[in-house]
Design a protein around this ligand. Structure first.
Ligand code: ZN
Length: 135
């Protein structure tokens, strides 16, 4: 899961810095304002004084919590669409295994079984029929 973090650039600095880009002179700058001030203080460009400024996205991070790891695979599956899985389950299986290995996450028995079955060419329908219902 990719999270666009609408959070300060330097949270460790005490007062967060928010990055802006000026719509008028196109210079970027950062403002040090507190959470409480944010949204109440008009940001103005220090270069030309214009208040037409656009907040820049601070940074993009990939969430590393265990729950969201599984979410990454789910998102990936959504992106590829279920019909793609059915067209080429072996490829999806390899991709999921590779992601799992790269992340170093222990995905659990069921995940490994799903990957294994995909790699052997089973479709999502096969998987649904075979996997036990969650209790
Ligand atoms: Zn400006």
């Amino acid at each position: 899961m990719i999270i666009i973090e609408n959070l300060p650039i330097q949270p460790e600095a005490g007062v967060p810095a928010y990055e802006y880009i000026c719509d008028k002179c196109h210079q970027s700058f950062s403002l040090h304002i507190s959470y409480a001030q944010y949204g109440h203080v008009a940001a103005a460009c220090p270069h030309c004084g214009s208040e037409k400024v656009t907040r820049r996205i601070g940074k993009v991070r990939v969430s590393r919590s265990d729950d969201s790891r599984m979410q990454q695979f789910t998102d990936l599956a959504d992106e590829r669409k279920m019909e793609d899985i059915d067209k080429n389950p072996a490829e999806i299986g390899r991709m999921m295994r590779q992601m799992s290995q790269e992340s170093g996450a222990e995905m659990g028995e069921e995940f490994n079984e799903v990957v294994d079955r995909l790699e052997h060419g089973q479709t999502s329908a096969d998987l649904e029929n075979d996997l036990p219902d969650p209790e």
